[in-house]
Design a protein. Sequence first.
Length: 277
Amino acid sequence: MSEEANVQGPVMIAAFEGWNDACQAATNVVRYLVKRYESREIRHIDCDGFYDYQVARPMLCHVSGRANLVWPQTTFYDITLDARRHLYAQIAPEPNYRWMEYCSQSLHIAEELDVSQVVTMGAMFSDCPHTRPLPVAVSDGESQCECDREYNGPVGIPTVLDMAAADRGFAHASMWVSIPQYLGSDDCAAGTMRLLDALGKRIGFTFDTTELRRKAEQWKAQASVLVRCNDQLGEYVEHLERDYDLKCKADEEAGLGTPQCEQLVREAEAFLRQMGE
């Protein structure tokens, strides 16, 4: 694909239920866009051969008094953002088998749709406070975030699809939002909104997140009530806030020159020594 196509061609986002989707923050990006903007289903990938039905079980659904089985499947949507712009979205449970074949079929559909850029999305539980903007890590073919450079360990289907897209010549990006691990698995609108903001910056579009913003404030308020009712949890969140603020200060100071960076390193070392006492 030409450089011009990489810049101007349509984008396909992909999110997968399961291990890669803490609090459904990533897949809810697709659900929110489908609900908020004009959209239509345009492609599917047959589920047979990709799923263990004892893990991703079919669902029984009654419609107009008639029972129907709904099998796990991959759905591709065409979402119209405005009169001049649309994007494609892929959503599915994470497959259990034949990941490389699954990614090959996904990217074949992307090629049919003349997609130039594939953006995978995920959400992970992490040690971060709910009182601060949830961290979002973005990696692409030009730069990697710190966590991607240092991580060694198991990966999910978003990472495999991202690497397969790179091998196939697509422009590609991976976006992950961190979710406070102490808050359980309820939907996290704040995480979904952070991913949408990151996606909007990448494609040059401002999404309407009015509904998400309201839900995110409710999520934050409920979390704050939980923390106030548990002294030990409150101390833990205060510790996370100090770590978060220190890292933000480090990021700000990093571009100001060596003396400021050295001073910040000394402050960080002193703080860590104090925490270890």
